[in-house]
Design a protein around this ligand. Structure first.
Ligand code: SF4
Ligand code: SF4
Length: 451
Protein backbone atom coordinates (compact mmCIF):
# COMPACT_ATOMS: atom_id res chain seq x y z
CA UNK A 1 0.00 0.00 0.00
CA UNK A 2 1.25 3.46 -0.83
CA UNK A 3 1.67 6.05 1.89
CA UNK A 4 -0.19 9.32 1.53
CA UNK A 5 2.90 11.22 2.36
CA UNK A 6 6.42 11.60 1.17
CA UNK A 7 8.20 11.89 4.50
CA UNK A 8 8.34 9.06 6.98
CA UNK A 9 9.75 8.33 10.40
CA UNK A 10 12.75 6.81 8.66
CA UNK A 11 14.07 10.27 8.06
CA UNK A 12 14.40 10.76 11.78
CA UNK A 13 18.14 10.43 11.97
CA UNK A 14 19.50 10.84 8.55
CA UNK A 15 22.94 11.75 7.53
CA UNK A 16 25.72 13.18 5.49
CA UNK A 17 28.10 12.51 2.70
CA UNK A 18 30.41 10.12 4.46
CA UNK A 19 31.19 6.63 3.31
CA UNK A 20 29.68 4.61 6.05
CA UNK A 21 27.51 7.10 7.79
CA UNK A 22 24.30 5.46 6.82
CA UNK A 23 20.99 6.42 8.01
CA UNK A 24 21.98 7.71 11.29
CA UNK A 25 24.17 10.69 11.43
CA UNK A 26 22.47 12.48 14.33
CA UNK A 27 21.99 15.77 12.63
CA UNK A 28 18.34 16.43 12.09
CA UNK A 29 17.13 19.91 12.59
CA UNK A 30 15.64 19.37 16.02
CA UNK A 31 16.86 21.27 19.05
CA UNK A 32 19.07 19.40 21.44
CA UNK A 33 22.21 17.37 21.29
CA UNK A 34 22.99 14.60 18.86
CA UNK A 35 25.71 12.06 19.43
CA UNK A 36 27.14 9.50 17.05
CA UNK A 37 28.85 6.85 19.17
CA UNK A 38 31.51 4.44 17.93
CA UNK A 39 31.84 1.57 20.43
CA UNK A 40 34.65 -0.03 18.39
CA UNK A 41 36.21 3.25 17.32
CA UNK A 42 37.26 3.10 13.67
CA UNK A 43 37.71 -0.69 13.61
CA UNK A 44 35.92 -2.62 10.89
CA UNK A 45 36.03 -6.19 9.61
CA UNK A 46 36.06 -5.19 5.97
CA UNK A 47 38.21 -2.76 4.05
CA UNK A 48 36.22 -0.67 1.61
CA UNK A 49 38.36 1.28 -0.82
CA UNK A 50 36.79 4.56 0.17
CA UNK A 51 36.47 4.19 3.96
CA UNK A 52 37.80 7.22 5.77
CA UNK A 53 37.41 5.62 9.21
CA UNK A 54 40.39 3.32 8.86
CA UNK A 55 42.78 6.27 8.75
CA UNK A 56 41.44 7.40 12.13
CA UNK A 57 43.53 4.76 13.87
CA UNK A 58 46.33 7.30 13.51
CA UNK A 59 44.68 9.23 16.34
CA UNK A 60 45.21 6.45 18.88
CA UNK A 61 48.13 4.61 20.44
CA UNK A 62 49.25 1.56 18.51
CA UNK A 63 48.28 -0.73 21.45
CA UNK A 64 44.76 0.69 21.62
CA UNK A 65 42.03 -1.92 22.34
CA UNK A 66 39.26 -0.14 20.45
CA UNK A 67 36.45 -1.30 22.68
CA UNK A 68 34.18 0.95 24.69
CA UNK A 69 34.71 0.11 28.38
CA UNK A 70 31.68 -0.35 30.66
CA UNK A 71 32.55 2.82 32.54
CA UNK A 72 32.50 4.93 29.37
CA UNK A 73 29.24 3.32 28.27
CA UNK A 74 27.55 4.03 31.61
CA UNK A 75 28.78 7.63 31.79
CA UNK A 76 27.79 8.24 28.21
CA UNK A 77 24.24 6.94 28.59
CA UNK A 78 23.58 8.80 31.84
CA UNK A 79 25.29 11.96 30.60
CA UNK A 80 23.50 11.98 27.27
CA UNK A 81 20.04 11.53 28.81
CA UNK A 82 20.78 14.23 31.40
CA UNK A 83 22.07 16.70 28.83
CA UNK A 84 19.33 16.15 26.26
CA UNK A 85 16.61 18.82 26.58
CA UNK A 86 14.19 17.10 24.18
CA UNK A 87 11.75 14.32 25.21
CA UNK A 88 13.40 11.91 22.77
CA UNK A 89 16.96 10.67 23.14
CA UNK A 90 18.35 9.02 20.06
CA UNK A 91 21.31 6.70 20.53
CA UNK A 92 23.20 6.20 17.29
CA UNK A 93 25.67 3.31 17.23
CA UNK A 94 28.15 3.60 14.45
CA UNK A 95 31.64 2.61 13.44
CA UNK A 96 33.88 1.29 12.09
CA UNK A 97 31.68 -1.77 12.50
CA UNK A 98 29.76 -1.65 15.79
CA UNK A 99 28.55 -5.27 15.68
CA UNK A 100 32.17 -6.37 16.21
CA UNK A 101 31.81 -5.49 19.88
CA UNK A 102 29.26 -8.28 20.26
CA UNK A 103 25.62 -8.57 21.18
CA UNK A 104 26.29 -8.57 24.92
CA UNK A 105 27.47 -4.97 24.67
CA UNK A 106 24.11 -3.97 23.22
CA UNK A 107 22.26 -5.94 25.90
CA UNK A 108 24.18 -3.77 28.38
CA UNK A 109 23.09 -0.70 26.42
CA UNK A 110 19.43 -1.64 26.81
CA UNK A 111 19.90 -2.39 30.53
CA UNK A 112 21.69 0.92 31.14
CA UNK A 113 18.97 2.84 29.31
CA UNK A 114 16.16 1.11 31.24
CA UNK A 115 16.16 3.43 34.29
CA UNK A 116 15.70 6.42 31.97
CA UNK A 117 12.73 5.04 30.07
CA UNK A 118 9.47 6.58 31.13
CA UNK A 119 11.06 9.97 31.77
CA UNK A 120 12.43 10.06 28.22
CA UNK A 121 11.63 8.27 25.03
CA UNK A 122 14.78 6.32 24.19
CA UNK A 123 15.53 5.14 20.66
CA UNK A 124 18.45 3.24 19.22
CA UNK A 125 19.80 2.94 15.74
CA UNK A 126 22.68 0.89 14.44
CA UNK A 127 24.73 1.36 11.30
CA UNK A 128 26.32 -1.86 10.10
CA UNK A 129 27.78 -3.61 7.10
CA UNK A 130 25.34 -6.41 7.98
CA UNK A 131 27.86 -9.23 7.67
CA UNK A 132 27.65 -10.45 11.25
CA UNK A 133 23.89 -10.36 11.55
CA UNK A 134 22.28 -13.68 12.40
CA UNK A 135 18.93 -14.77 13.83
CA UNK A 136 20.00 -13.91 17.37
CA UNK A 137 21.09 -10.40 16.40
CA UNK A 138 17.96 -9.76 14.36
CA UNK A 139 15.62 -11.03 17.08
CA UNK A 140 17.35 -8.67 19.52
CA UNK A 141 17.14 -5.71 17.15
CA UNK A 142 13.46 -6.35 16.52
CA UNK A 143 12.61 -6.86 20.18
CA UNK A 144 14.30 -3.63 21.16
CA UNK A 145 13.03 -1.52 18.28
CA UNK A 146 16.38 -0.70 16.69
CA UNK A 147 16.37 1.11 13.38
CA UNK A 148 19.16 -0.45 11.32
CA UNK A 149 21.18 1.09 8.52
CA UNK A 150 22.80 -1.34 6.10
CA UNK A 151 25.66 -0.36 3.83
CA UNK A 152 24.85 -1.81 0.42
CA UNK A 153 25.88 -0.10 -2.79
CA UNK A 154 23.69 -1.92 -5.33
CA UNK A 155 23.90 -5.16 -7.34
CA UNK A 156 26.86 -7.47 -6.82
CA UNK A 157 29.16 -6.12 -9.49
CA UNK A 158 28.75 -2.55 -8.26
CA UNK A 159 28.86 -3.36 -4.54
CA UNK A 160 31.88 -5.65 -4.79
CA UNK A 161 33.86 -3.17 -6.86
CA UNK A 162 34.61 -1.14 -3.71
CA UNK A 163 33.33 -3.06 -0.70
CA UNK A 164 35.84 -5.83 -0.18
CA UNK A 165 36.99 -7.80 2.82
CA UNK A 166 40.57 -7.90 4.04
CA UNK A 167 41.38 -10.65 1.54
CA UNK A 168 40.11 -8.55 -1.34
CA UNK A 169 36.95 -10.60 -1.76
CA UNK A 170 33.60 -9.00 -2.44
CA UNK A 171 31.16 -8.81 0.45
CA UNK A 172 27.86 -8.67 -1.47
CA UNK A 173 26.63 -12.19 -0.67
CA UNK A 174 27.27 -11.79 3.03
CA UNK A 175 25.61 -8.36 3.20
CA UNK A 176 22.56 -9.63 1.32
CA UNK A 177 22.29 -12.52 3.76
CA UNK A 178 22.06 -9.90 6.50
CA UNK A 179 19.40 -7.98 4.56
CA UNK A 180 17.31 -11.10 4.15
CA UNK A 181 17.54 -11.82 7.87
CA UNK A 182 16.41 -8.30 8.72
CA UNK A 183 13.45 -8.76 6.38
CA UNK A 184 12.63 -12.14 7.88
CA UNK A 185 12.53 -10.70 11.38
CA UNK A 186 10.67 -7.57 10.36
CA UNK A 187 13.41 -5.22 11.58
CA UNK A 188 13.08 -1.62 10.38
CA UNK A 189 16.03 -0.89 8.16
CA UNK A 190 17.29 1.55 5.56
CA UNK A 191 19.97 1.04 2.96
CA UNK A 192 22.86 3.43 2.64
CA UNK A 193 24.27 3.26 -0.86
CA UNK A 194 27.55 4.98 -1.53
CA UNK A 195 27.88 6.56 -4.95
CA UNK A 196 31.45 6.20 -6.14
CA UNK A 197 32.82 7.20 -9.54
CA UNK A 198 31.83 4.05 -11.41
CA UNK A 199 28.53 3.64 -9.55
CA UNK A 200 27.41 7.03 -10.80
CA UNK A 201 27.37 5.72 -14.35
CA UNK A 202 24.69 3.12 -13.55
CA UNK A 203 21.86 4.83 -11.68
CA UNK A 204 18.93 2.74 -12.86
CA UNK A 205 20.71 -0.56 -12.34
CA UNK A 206 21.32 0.44 -8.75
CA UNK A 207 17.81 1.73 -8.11
CA UNK A 208 15.99 -1.14 -9.80
CA UNK A 209 18.10 -3.64 -7.89
CA UNK A 210 16.98 -2.14 -4.59
CA UNK A 211 13.35 -2.11 -5.69
CA UNK A 212 13.52 -5.74 -6.81
CA UNK A 213 15.10 -6.68 -3.47
CA UNK A 214 12.12 -5.23 -1.61
CA UNK A 215 14.12 -2.38 -0.10
CA UNK A 216 11.85 0.55 0.68
CA UNK A 217 14.13 3.11 2.30
CA UNK A 218 17.24 4.22 0.45
CA UNK A 219 19.79 6.92 1.00
CA UNK A 220 22.46 7.78 -1.54
CA UNK A 221 25.74 9.10 -0.23
CA UNK A 222 28.32 10.50 -2.62
CA UNK A 223 31.91 9.47 -2.12
CA UNK A 224 34.13 12.52 -1.88
CA UNK A 225 37.66 12.11 -0.62
CA UNK A 226 40.74 14.21 -1.06
CA UNK A 227 44.10 12.60 -1.55
CA UNK A 228 45.78 12.01 1.84
CA UNK A 229 48.16 14.60 3.16
CA UNK A 230 51.66 13.06 3.48
CA UNK A 231 52.60 15.60 6.18
CA UNK A 232 50.20 13.92 8.62
CA UNK A 233 51.63 10.44 8.17
CA UNK A 234 51.59 8.49 11.42
CA UNK A 235 51.88 4.75 12.08
CA UNK A 236 51.69 4.17 8.38
CA UNK A 237 48.28 5.79 7.91
CA UNK A 238 47.66 9.12 6.27
CA UNK A 239 45.02 11.55 7.32
CA UNK A 240 43.00 13.05 4.52
CA UNK A 241 42.18 16.30 6.27
CA UNK A 242 38.87 18.07 5.75
CA UNK A 243 38.70 21.50 4.22
CA UNK A 244 39.46 24.20 6.76
CA UNK A 245 36.36 25.59 8.43
CA UNK A 246 37.61 29.13 8.45
CA UNK A 247 40.17 29.49 5.68
CA UNK A 248 38.97 28.53 2.22
CA UNK A 249 41.43 26.29 0.44
CA UNK A 250 42.23 26.01 -3.23
CA UNK A 251 41.25 23.08 -5.39
CA UNK A 252 42.91 19.84 -4.55
CA UNK A 253 43.15 16.35 -5.97
CA UNK A 254 40.64 13.67 -5.13
CA UNK A 255 40.94 9.89 -4.97
CA UNK A 256 40.16 7.86 -8.12
CA UNK A 257 36.93 6.56 -6.60
CA UNK A 258 35.57 10.00 -5.77
CA UNK A 259 32.39 10.65 -7.74
CA UNK A 260 32.58 13.37 -10.38
CA UNK A 261 30.42 16.36 -9.44
CA UNK A 262 28.10 16.56 -12.42
CA UNK A 263 27.85 12.78 -12.70
CA UNK A 264 26.47 12.72 -9.16
CA UNK A 265 23.73 15.14 -10.16
CA UNK A 266 22.97 13.06 -13.25
CA UNK A 267 22.78 9.94 -11.09
CA UNK A 268 20.16 11.43 -8.77
CA UNK A 269 18.19 12.93 -11.63
CA UNK A 270 17.98 9.62 -13.50
CA UNK A 271 16.68 7.85 -10.38
CA UNK A 272 14.29 10.69 -9.64
CA UNK A 273 12.78 10.35 -13.11
CA UNK A 274 12.12 6.66 -12.52
CA UNK A 275 10.86 7.12 -8.98
CA UNK A 276 8.49 9.94 -9.79
CA UNK A 277 6.80 7.80 -12.45
CA UNK A 278 6.56 4.52 -10.56
CA UNK A 279 7.34 4.56 -6.89
CA UNK A 280 6.15 7.70 -5.10
CA UNK A 281 4.65 6.69 -1.76
CA UNK A 282 6.03 3.17 -2.06
CA UNK A 283 9.78 3.65 -2.01
CA UNK A 284 11.40 6.40 0.02
CA UNK A 285 14.58 7.93 -1.32
CA UNK A 286 15.83 10.09 1.50
CA UNK A 287 17.71 12.48 -0.77
CA UNK A 288 14.36 13.42 -2.34
CA UNK A 289 12.63 13.73 1.02
CA UNK A 290 15.30 16.10 2.32
CA UNK A 291 14.83 18.30 -0.72
CA UNK A 292 11.05 18.35 -0.21
CA UNK A 293 11.52 19.33 3.43
CA UNK A 294 13.74 22.20 2.38
CA UNK A 295 11.40 23.41 -0.38
CA UNK A 296 8.33 23.42 1.86
CA UNK A 297 10.21 25.58 4.33
CA UNK A 298 10.87 23.04 7.07
CA UNK A 299 14.61 23.12 6.61
CA UNK A 300 16.56 20.05 5.67
CA UNK A 301 16.59 17.26 8.27
CA UNK A 302 20.27 16.62 7.52
CA UNK A 303 23.21 18.71 8.58
CA UNK A 304 24.86 18.94 5.18
CA UNK A 305 21.91 20.82 3.73
CA UNK A 306 21.09 22.79 6.87
CA UNK A 307 21.96 26.42 7.35
CA UNK A 308 24.29 25.71 10.23
CA UNK A 309 25.70 22.67 12.00
CA UNK A 310 27.39 22.28 15.37
CA UNK A 311 25.22 20.30 17.79
CA UNK A 312 25.97 16.81 16.45
CA UNK A 313 29.11 15.46 18.08
CA UNK A 314 31.04 12.22 17.68
CA UNK A 315 31.92 9.96 20.61
CA UNK A 316 34.91 7.65 20.30
CA UNK A 317 35.15 4.30 22.12
CA UNK A 318 37.46 5.78 24.78
CA UNK A 319 35.02 8.55 25.67
CA UNK A 320 36.68 11.32 23.63
CA UNK A 321 34.18 13.71 22.06
CA UNK A 322 34.77 15.63 18.80
CA UNK A 323 32.82 18.47 17.20
CA UNK A 324 31.56 16.26 14.37
CA UNK A 325 32.24 12.87 12.89
CA UNK A 326 33.66 14.66 9.85
CA UNK A 327 36.08 16.54 12.08
CA UNK A 328 37.61 13.87 14.29
CA UNK A 329 40.95 15.64 14.44
CA UNK A 330 42.86 16.85 17.49
CA UNK A 331 41.99 20.51 16.92
CA UNK A 332 38.27 19.70 17.14
CA UNK A 333 38.43 17.61 20.35
CA UNK A 334 35.93 18.81 22.98
CA UNK A 335 36.75 16.61 25.99
CA UNK A 336 35.94 13.18 27.37
CA UNK A 337 32.68 11.87 28.87
CA UNK A 338 34.59 10.47 31.87
CA UNK A 339 35.45 13.96 33.07
CA UNK A 340 33.41 16.48 31.08
CA UNK A 341 29.73 17.26 30.86
CA UNK A 342 28.31 16.39 27.44
CA UNK A 343 26.02 19.42 27.31
CA UNK A 344 28.91 21.76 28.13
CA UNK A 345 31.10 20.12 25.49
CA UNK A 346 28.44 20.70 22.83
CA UNK A 347 28.05 24.28 23.98
CA UNK A 348 31.81 24.77 23.69
CA UNK A 349 31.58 23.55 20.13
CA UNK A 350 28.80 26.00 19.32
CA UNK A 351 30.60 28.87 21.07
CA UNK A 352 33.75 28.15 19.08
CA UNK A 353 31.79 29.00 15.95
CA UNK A 354 31.91 25.47 14.59
CA UNK A 355 28.23 25.50 13.56
CA UNK A 356 27.79 29.07 12.31
CA UNK A 357 30.92 28.75 10.15
CA UNK A 358 28.89 26.65 7.77
CA UNK A 359 26.84 29.71 6.91
CA UNK A 360 29.27 32.55 7.49
CA UNK A 361 31.99 31.11 5.26
CA UNK A 362 29.72 30.60 2.23
CA UNK A 363 31.16 32.18 -0.90
CA UNK A 364 29.09 34.88 -2.58
CA UNK A 365 28.48 32.41 -5.41
CA UNK A 366 26.44 30.29 -2.97
CA UNK A 367 24.71 33.25 -1.34
CA UNK A 368 23.35 34.24 -4.73
CA UNK A 369 22.48 30.70 -5.79
CA UNK A 370 18.88 29.94 -6.77
CA UNK A 371 18.89 26.68 -4.78
CA UNK A 372 20.61 28.01 -1.66
CA UNK A 373 17.62 27.22 0.58
CA UNK A 374 17.90 23.52 -0.29
CA UNK A 375 21.68 23.25 -0.35
CA UNK A 376 23.32 25.74 2.00
CA UNK A 377 26.66 24.99 0.42
CA UNK A 378 26.91 21.37 1.56
CA UNK A 379 29.24 20.09 4.26
CA UNK A 380 32.22 22.37 4.94
CA UNK A 381 34.47 19.31 4.90
CA UNK A 382 34.17 19.16 1.14
CA UNK A 383 34.29 22.84 0.28
CA UNK A 384 37.61 22.71 -1.46
CA UNK A 385 36.60 23.74 -4.97
CA UNK A 386 36.80 27.15 -6.60
CA UNK A 387 33.63 28.89 -7.78
CA UNK A 388 33.29 30.16 -11.37
CA UNK A 389 33.63 33.62 -9.81
CA UNK A 390 37.14 32.68 -8.65
CA UNK A 391 36.15 32.43 -4.99
CA UNK A 392 37.58 29.51 -2.99
CA UNK A 393 35.49 27.48 -0.55
CA UNK A 394 32.90 26.08 -2.92
CA UNK A 395 31.62 22.55 -2.34
CA UNK A 396 33.30 20.00 -4.57
CA UNK A 397 29.91 18.62 -5.67
CA UNK A 398 28.36 22.01 -6.47
CA UNK A 399 27.60 21.32 -10.17
CA UNK A 400 25.87 18.06 -9.25
CA UNK A 401 23.96 19.57 -6.33
CA UNK A 402 22.78 22.45 -8.49
CA UNK A 403 21.64 20.17 -11.27
CA UNK A 404 19.70 17.92 -8.92
CA UNK A 405 18.06 20.67 -6.85
CA UNK A 406 16.99 22.55 -9.97
CA UNK A 407 15.59 19.41 -11.52
CA UNK A 408 13.62 18.17 -8.53
CA UNK A 409 12.03 21.58 -7.94
CA UNK A 410 9.23 21.18 -10.50
CA UNK A 411 8.11 17.85 -9.04
CA UNK A 412 8.32 19.10 -5.51
CA UNK A 413 6.12 22.07 -6.37
CA UNK A 414 3.48 19.63 -7.60
CA UNK A 415 3.84 17.43 -4.52
CA UNK A 416 3.64 20.40 -2.20
CA UNK A 417 0.37 21.43 -3.85
CA UNK A 418 -1.00 17.93 -3.37
CA UNK A 419 0.02 17.92 0.29
CA UNK A 420 -1.53 21.32 0.86
CA UNK A 421 -4.79 19.99 -0.58
CA UNK A 422 -4.74 16.85 1.54
CA UNK A 423 -4.13 14.59 -1.43
CA UNK A 424 -1.66 11.70 -1.68
CA UNK A 425 1.64 12.77 -3.19
CA UNK A 426 1.51 9.59 -5.25
CA UNK A 427 -1.03 11.39 -7.49
CA UNK A 428 1.98 13.11 -8.99
CA UNK A 429 2.66 9.92 -10.94
CA UNK A 430 -0.61 10.25 -12.82
CA UNK A 431 0.29 13.77 -13.85
CA UNK A 432 3.45 12.69 -15.59
CA UNK A 433 2.80 11.26 -18.99
CA UNK A 434 5.34 13.14 -21.06
CA UNK A 435 7.98 11.10 -22.85
CA UNK A 436 11.50 11.09 -21.44
CA UNK A 437 14.32 13.06 -22.98
CA UNK A 438 17.72 11.59 -22.24
CA UNK A 439 20.81 13.78 -22.34
CA UNK A 440 24.44 13.06 -21.54
CA UNK A 441 26.25 14.97 -18.79
CA UNK A 442 29.85 16.15 -19.12
CA UNK A 443 31.10 13.25 -17.08
CA UNK A 444 29.35 10.74 -19.29
CA UNK A 445 26.47 10.04 -16.91
CA UNK A 446 23.00 9.99 -18.37
CA UNK A 447 20.30 12.32 -17.24
CA UNK A 448 16.62 12.19 -17.98
CA UNK A 449 14.05 14.93 -18.05
CA UNK A 450 10.34 15.07 -18.60
CA UNK A 451 9.35 17.21 -21.54
S1 SF4 B 1 30.70 19.60 9.42
FE1 SF4 B 1 28.55 20.17 9.68
S2 SF4 B 1 27.59 19.64 7.74
FE2 SF4 B 1 29.53 18.54 7.83
S3 SF4 B 1 29.01 16.53 8.70
FE3 SF4 B 1 29.65 17.88 10.38
S4 SF4 B 1 27.73 18.72 11.19
FE4 SF4 B 1 27.30 17.92 9.13
S1 SF4 C 1 24.29 24.45 -5.51
FE1 SF4 C 1 26.44 25.14 -5.50
S2 SF4 C 1 26.30 27.38 -5.54
FE2 SF4 C 1 24.29 26.61 -4.92
S3 SF4 C 1 24.36 26.66 -2.68
FE3 SF4 C 1 24.92 24.58 -3.36
S4 SF4 C 1 27.16 24.60 -3.45
FE4 SF4 C 1 26.49 26.75 -3.40
Amino acid sequence: MRDNKISSHKTAVMTIDAPQVAVHKPARSLPGIHVLAKPMGPICDIKCDYCFYLEKRALFDSDERYRMPDEVLARYIDGYVAAQPTPVVEFVWHGGEPTLIGLDFFRKVIESQRPHRGRKQIRNSLQTNGMRLDDEWCAFLKENGFLVGISLDGPQEIHDAYRKDRHGRGTFERVMAGVRLLQKHGVDFNVLACVARQTAQRPLEVYRFFRAAGIKYIQFTPIVERQPDPSTQKIGLWLAKPASLTTPEPNTTVTPWTVEPEAYGDFLVAILEEWVRKDVGDIFVMNFEWALNAWIGNGSPVCIFSRQCGRAVALEHNGDVYACDHYVYPEYALGNVLKDDLGQMVQRSVDSGFGPHKETTLPRYCRECEVLEACWGGCPKHRFATAPTGEPGLHYLCPGYKKFFRHIRKYLRAMTTLLENGLPVSYVMQAIDAPLVISRGKAGGSSAAAK
